[in-house]
Design a protein around this ligand. Structure first.
Ligand SMILES: [Zn+2]
Length: 136
């Protein structure tokens, strides 16, 4: 069955992010000058010190729920079968926060600071989405 939700639209700058995910690796740019790791990976310079010396660093995949919301309203028809679904900000161990969702988890057990780890959802042959599940 075809994947009907919106797909990523990689640019030359963030294409490595999606390619690493396809290989089931969560990587983000790290500044070689100041060590800052940032998300989204859509810049060719460090947003902290403006250096252009960036490297793609492999992350632990662990983090915690920083905040979340449950969507009860259908904003996209392709999400209709998922309602109610969770949209969560995950604060990674390395610092960046990224928006994702939680899996293998009852919505009633979600708490701020709940430890989570990444799981890789291969939505198409080209794209893998990072999702998160509780560390039990
Ligand atoms: Zn920097």
């Amino acid at each position: 069955m075809a994947y009907e939700k919106p797909l990523p639209q990689p640019t030359a700058i963030d294409a490595p992010y999606w390619e690493y995910l396809r290989q089931h690796e969560l990587r983000l740019p790290r500044c070689q000058e100041c060590g800052h790791i940032f998300f989204p990976p859509n810049k060719v310079y460090c947003p902290s010190c403006l250096s252009d010396r960036l490297e793609w660093v492999k992350l632990s995949g662990r983090g915690k729920v920083w905040s979340w919301v449950v969507f009860h309203q259908r904003y996209f028809s392709s999400f209709a079968n998922d309602i109610p679904y969770v949209v969560a900000f995950i604060e990674l161990e390395e610092g960046p926060r990224l928006m994702s969702t939680l899996v293998d988890c009852d919505q009633g057990e979600i708490r701020c600071d709940m430890p989570v780890e990444v799981v890789y959802d291969d939505i198409t042959p080209e794209f893998t989405i990072p999702k998160f599940r509780p560390i039990r």
